[in-house]
Design a binder for this molecule. Structure first.
Ligand SMILES: Nc1ncnc2c1ncn2[C@@H]1O[C@H](COP(=O)(O)OP(=O)(O)OP(=O)(O)O)[C@@H](O)[C@H]1O
Length: 861
């Protein structure tokens, strides 16, 4: 019978080891929660057996829809019970736990999707965690080790305590509960699993082992780890101290654990649930727009199972640390991912949401990289350390234990976008293979145990320890008697009184024994005194060690304070970093919008410039056209004027001919034919580009030449030069008597020969030496003498006012011109009386035009 059991165990072990070498994909389940009201519509449909169809609408009026399909290990619809979910997802993990294998189960989803409901449930409808505890205790109930036999060594492992120490601790606990009976009564009613009538299956356990259950409960809040079971009541019991952040460490076997958390041993499921509710009170929950009790942290409830083969000796000796097997099941209720716009979070809640989303993002990144490494054989570094969540479960993802995930979905159509993200992540996670590189530590098998408890004993919870009375009632005299080597003689037959020798012999033995007893007593006494001395020295040493310990504890406390302070600073810096990131993003956004504006403006400017260029071109064209038109018009007028001039010139020649009195020459009214003839004959003489006026100096010279030319020369010469007739000399009438004049005339202008103004007070311009003379003058007169081709003399007097300038100089404003044209007596026709009957009206007009005197133009500038 025994042998067959051993064989069975061996087969089981080989099979499990074989299965451990395989790679298992991460098992992902999906659970849909019921809709909260009839007004809500669902965006998911289950396509049996295990596919989920998600319909995403884009929210626009057009109602554009997209459909996505996701496959899972199993899908629990809205009607699924907590028991169904537990049996499928977690029961195998509890079985593994009892079999000595680690397990990790976490719920993931959007806020208000039912994660906490699935993991913890309610007192009316227990979730995975209470059910796991119930099944565990139901299974190991008869195989529990006495409490305090195993003690956490605070380095993620356990020590085996000596029986007396464990007994002492039990007694202390008993005394404390007796002293304070209220604490026992203050139990949370929700923790009463039997009241909830939870029916739990009983799993197979190794009958040769004993078990102890330890609980830890932590939360990861704002990327800091807090122990929810820490006693944070101040010593005076009046106030609550804030929880201190803990650090994550690696133990001797490279397993990650939270250092310094309270690991509390529980012997009943109620105790375990009590701890859960105790921790739950400290957990950070808050009201958001999505959930009235939204988890603001990731919670990790860990059940640790310690098992060891039953000790060989009656008194419990033989329990060895090396023979311990520790397995754990971590149940993680992740905080929900949430869009802050939808959860309507601000301030502290917003910061929490940021941290939650960051840690979930790191989890996502880790899974993605793990998958990439596994698919491509790459060896990229997985950023476990970026978040406490992934850092703590690094070992699971690296292959130590079974990992399962339940995706919780609230199938509201409003959440479809976020659900899509979650489901995509879940589908991707299924491709991650949890590679069990380290074989699961074998559960110690007690095949070597010599003693098997009697069948009736299995009903008792404490199977490891014999009844305390057994050890405490050990009779020392009996022990002492065991050391007498000389046995009593066989008991004689007392009916035969002849055997007196027996009495003597017995007496002798008794005396010897008495001596021996005395001897032993002395020996014991001496041993006792030496033991006392030794004990005293040990006590001394212990007290000094205790002092050392105290000192070290103080030091440790200070260090821990420092660590806390540093963590706080890191936390602050993280927050600052986050804020800066947000600022940076908003600034970038601002910059981007400004750049866009600038580009718009530049575009507008370019357009305007182009329009202006086009307008300019159009105007240029117009100007060119007008210029051309004007030039043509000018040209036309010029030619017309030239024609008029030429005609006048021709008429003059005709007159000249008449005056010359050549034979047969007489003035006839012009006819078309005779005019043409004269025009033809005079054509070579027609002036081309002849200036109307010469510069004053030139004019003056030519006038002087004329003046100096002597009479009596040939008629031809006289006709060519202008003649000044001193008799026709006229005075200008316009020189006011009271004005001081600046007289500007050609230097060698002969006096009394030309038309000159009479200036009483004048300064000749050529003799000016002082600027004050200019400033004293009020009038200016420029005299210009000119002659034309016919020898006529034209005298122009340009008059103006002398005005002072702001810089102290003077300027002239011309306002009058007097012109005298004196016809050459040589070229002039003989004077005709008005009664001359031969004079034609045309002739009179011509003559009048040739002798003009007076104010031609009066202009003011
Ligand atoms: N399957 C379900 N059946 C009935 N009620 C459910 C179910 N799932 C969730 N609920 C209810 O929905 C509400 C919100 O659920 P829960 O608090 O578990 O969401 P959560 O995902 O944990 O949210 P958060 O991430 O914000 O903490 C609770 O009142 C819960 O009782």
């Amino acid at each position: 019978m025994k042998r067959s059991k051993q064989a069975k165990g061996a087969i089981k072990k080989t099979r499990s080891n074989e299965s451990l070498k395989e790679k298992h994909p991460l098992r992902v389940y999906c659970r849909l929660r019921p809709l909260q009201s009839d007004n809500e519509s669902s965006c998911v449909t289950i396509e049996p057996p295990n596919r989920l169809l998600l319909t995403v609408t884009d929210g626009s009026r057009a109602g554009f829809e997209k459909q996505f399909r996701f496959g899972f290990k199993n899908i629990f619809d809205e009607t699924s019970t907590q028991e169904q979910v537990f049996n499928e997802t977690s029961l195998p993990l509890v079985q593994n736990l009892i079999g000595g294998r680690n397990g990790l189960l976490f719920t993931y989803g959007v806020s208000n999707s039912g994660k906490s409901f699935t993991m913890d449930g309610t007192p009316e409808n227990y979730g995975i965690m209470p059910r796991s505890i119930s099944v565990l205790f139901n299974s190991i109930n008869s195989r529990q080790a006495p409490k305090y036999l195993f003690k956490p060594d605070r380095m993620n492992s356990f020590d085996v305590q000596p029986q007396p120490d464990a007994l002492l601790e039990r007694q202390r606990e008993l005394m404390a509960s007796m002293k304070n009976p209220r604490s026992a009564k203050k139990r949370n009613p929700c923790a009463d699993l039997r009241g909830g009538q939870l029916s739990s299956p009983k799993l197979e356990v190794n009958e040769e082992n004993v078990f102890a259950v330890f609980i830890t409960y932590i939360e990861i809040y704002n990327n800091c780890v807090y122990d929810l079971l820490e006693d944070n009541q101040a010593e005076d019991c009046t106030r609550i101290r804030p929880l201190q952040p803990k650090i994550i460490r690696e133990d001797g076997t490279k397993n990650m654990y939270v250092h310094g958390v309270d690991e509390i041993e529980v012997t009943t499921p109620e105790e375990a649930l009590e701890l859960f509710y105790r921790g739950q009170k400290k957990r950070r929950l808050a009201h958001t727009a999505l959930n009235t009790e939204s988890s603001r942290s990731h919670s990790v409830f860990t059940i640790r199972l310690v098992q060891t083969p039953m000790p060989r000796d009656v008194d419990g000796a033989g329990g060895d640390k090396k023979s311990l097997s520790v397995s754990q099941l971590s149940l993680v209720d992740l905080a929900g991912s949430e869009r802050t716009s939808r959860a309507k979070t601000h301030g502290q809640r917003l910061r929490e949401a940021g941290n939650i989303n960051n840690s979930l993002m790191t989890l996502r990144n880790c899974f993605e990289l793990l998958r990439e490494n596994q698919l491509s054989g790459a060896n990229k570094m997985i950023p476990y350390r970026e978040s406490r969540l992934t850092h703590l479960f690094k070992n699971y993802f690296d292959g130590d234990g079974d990992v399962r995930m339940i995706i919780c979905v609230n199938p509201r159509a409003d959440d479809c976008d976020e659900i899509n993200h979650v489901l995509k992540f879940a589908e991707m996670s299924q491709e991650v293979k949890v590679n069990r590189i380290r074989p699961v530590k074998d559960v110690p098998c007690s095949s070597t145990a010599k003693r098997k408890p009697p069948s009736g004993e299995s009903k008792q919870p404490n199977v490891l320890v014999p009844p305390e009375s057994n050890s405490s009632n050990l009779n020392t005299s009996f022990l002492v008697s065991c050391r007498f080597q000389q046995p009593f003689p066989p008991v004689p037959d007392f009916s035969n009184l002849v055997d007196i020798g027996y009495i003597a012999e017995t007496l002798k033995i008794l005396l010897a024994r008495k001596d021996r007893a005395k001897e032993l007593q002395t020996h014991v006494k001496s041993l006792g005194s030496s033991l006392r001395v030794e004990l005293e020295s040990v006590c001394c040493e212990a007290s000094s060690k205790q002092d050392d310990l105290k000192r070290l504890a103080d030091l440790n406390r200070e260090k821990e304070k420092m660590i806390v302070e540093l963590q706080r600073k890191i936390h602050e810096m993280d927050t600052t970093k986050l804020n800066l990131k947000m600022k940076c993003t908003s600034t970038e956004h601002h910059l981007w919008s400004r750049e866009n504006e600038l580009a718009d403006k530049e575009h507008q400017l370019t357009k305007q410039q182009e329009a202006r260029e086009r307008e300019k071109m159009r105007m240029k064209d117009q100007i060119n056209q007008k210029t051309e038109k004007l030039a043509k018009e000018l040209q036309r007028q010029k030619s017309q004027m030239e024609m008029e001039l030429w005609q006048r010139d021709r008429r003059l020649r005709k007159v000249k001919k008449i005056l010359d009195g050549g034979p047969g020459t007489h003035f006839t009214p012009s006819t078309a034919s005779s005019e043409t003839d004269i025009a033809q004959s005079c054509e070579p003489l027609r002036p081309s580009n002849r200036p109307l006026f010469k510069t004053p100096s030139k004019c003056t010279e030519s006038a002087l030449d004329l003046a100096s030319s002597k009479p009596g020369r040939g008629r031809e010469n006289m006709a060519a030069a202008a003649a000044v007739n001193p008799r026709t000399y006229r005075r200008s009438r316009s020189a006011g008597p009271g004005d001081v004049w600046l007289d500007h005339r050609p230097p060698n202008l002969p006096p009394d020969t030309v038309f000159q103004p009479l200036m009483k007070k004048s300064h000749p311009v050529t003799k000016l030496t002082d600027i004050r003379d200019v400033n004293k003058s009020s009038k200016y007169c420029l005299t210009v003498l000119d002659k034309d081709s016919d020898g006529d003399v034209e005298t122009c007097l340009y008059k103006g006012d002398v005005l002072p300038t702001p810089s102290g100089g003077a300027q002239v404003t011309f306002n009058d011109v007097e012109i005298l044209k004196q016809k050459s007596p040589i070229n002039s026709p003989p004077r005709k009386r008005a009664s001359d009957s031969n004079a034609t009206p045309q002739d009179v007009e011509d003559r009048c035009a040739l002798s003009v005197e007076g104010h031609v133009k009066k202009s003011r500038r």
